[in-house]
Write a protein that binds this ligand. Structure first.
Ligand code: PLP
Length: 396
């Protein structure tokens, strides 16, 4: 492969670009993880995570990828054989449901059209029919990273309320947190699952759960076997007092910087930046779509994700070819289609540490790759993205 100069444009929907500031914050000697200095840093980080999750409740951190926090969420509040309503709208929501099965829970999968996302009305109907309250938890992924769809968390909360159903409401915010709005307490989410490597701009390998009072009460009744994931020895009240084993000290140096970066920009401004970069990306795809070109995988304009755009290729064209050309010719890394979408879809991540010229550069590389791959499309995607960004800048 040819020698590449300059920075790789990393447009995967996780992990995302790690800002130099975070890399530098992590470039320091280790600390005693039982000492006062580290404890103060970890506490400050947990407080910061609370502000970002918009919660007053307990937050627990682990040295683990998001899969670990998925498992922690389940084993702490449920018991073997418990029925769980898993809202499947893509590869990741399906994966969380599969994990339930592996753990000895009984997932009832409420499948929806992957191009439209979770259906709150169907949730309400299913919960109303569950008069005996056999369903103990409802599982929702806020941002389905595989499809580029933002599920409506408050609408699903309302579905639980209208059905007057006491199930725990568990939400995965792995690819939405720090990219668009999430409100654990306002939306009365009982358990939230978050990860380090997306909107928080950190390396992969750390994950977090938030737990409401109701979830903490469930912990006492739950009988799933748990060791590493057990919240009980970790929590002192709502505070995480210790870790199972050695704390991931350097992650906390990075997390402290990430929180500072998000808060000095302001969460609302962070969300606005994600929205305008996402809108620009969608403008590009809509322009390419003319001439029977690629299209947005998400069909409902109200549900498009501000952190990732999934692009479906016209029949007979391979998304992997476009991805390979973008990487090998232009040093732009795009996300692959996952599960049944492999080869049908490529994904443009626009979450984390990104700005306008970065997204325009990536879109230009995609447009050139479409041309080189012989994929039908109309020209002008980048121009449409520029027009979208210019309009926002003019109005500001
Ligand atoms: N949930 C969502 C929405 C994700 O996007 C991912 C990973 O991309 C996961 C869960 C799994 O997280 P991890 O790969 O950190 O285990």
């Amino acid at each position: 492969m040819a020698v590449m100069r300059g920075r790789q444009f990393f447009q995967n929907p996780g992990p995302t670009n790690i800002p130099d500031r975070i890399l530098r914050a992590m470039d320091r000697p280790v600390l005693d993880f039982m000492g006062a200095e580290f404890r103060a840093i970890a506490e400050a980080c947990t407080d910061g995570l609370r502000r970002i999750l918009k919660t007053e409740h307990a937050v627990v951190s682990y040295a683990a990828s998001g899969h670990g926090a998925w498992e922690a969420a389940l084993v702490n509040v449920l018991s073997p054989g418990d029925r769980v309503l898993a809202l499947e709208s893509g590869y990741f929501s399906a994966g969380w449901g599969t994990l339930c099965q592996k753990l000895g829970l009984v997932p009832e999968v409420l499948a929806t059209d992957w191009r439209r996302g979770a259906d709150a009305a169907a949730v309400e109907a299913r919960l109303k029919a569950d008069r005996a309250h056999t369903i103990k938890a409802v599982l929702l992924v806020q941002n389905e990273t595989s499809t580029g769809i933002a599920n409506d968390v408050p609408a699903v909360r309302r579905a639980l309320d209208r059905a007057e159903h006491p199930a725990l409401f568990m939400v995965d915010v792995i690819s939405s947190l720090g990219s668009y709005d999430f409100r654990m307490d306002d939306w009365r989410v009982d358990v939230v699952v978050a990860g380090s490597q997306k909107g928080l701009m950190l390396p992969s390998g750390m994950s977090y759960t938030g737990a409401s009072e109701k979830a903490l009460e469930a912990v006492e009744r739950a009988t799933m076997p748990r060791g590493y994931w057990d919240w009980r020895p970790l929590l002192s009240g709502k505070r995480q007092a210790r870790f199972h084993g050695t704390a991931p000290v350097h992650f906390f140096f990075g997390l402290r910087e990430a929180i500072a970066m998000l808060e000095e920009e302001g969460l609302d401004q962070v969300f606005a930046r994600h929205h305008r970069l996402a809108e620009a990306t969608r403008a590009a795809v809509r322009a390419w779509r003319r001439n029977d070109g690629p299209e947005l995988f998400a069909l409902d304009p109200q549900r498009v994700s501000d952190s990732v755009t999934a692009v479906q290729l016209p029949e007979g064209h391979d998304a992997e070819t476009v991805r390979r050309i973008a990487l090998e010719r232009f040093n732009v890394s795009l996300g692959a289609g996952l599960g049944p979408l492999q080869g049908r879809v490529f994904r443009i991540g626009h979450m984390g540490d990104l700005n306008e010229p970065m997204i325009l550069g990536a879109l230009a590389a995609v447009e050139m790759s479409l041309e080189l791959a012989g994929v039908p499309h109309a020209k002008g995607g980048v121009a449409a993205a520029m027009a979208s960004l210019t309009a926002v800048a003019r109005a500001a």
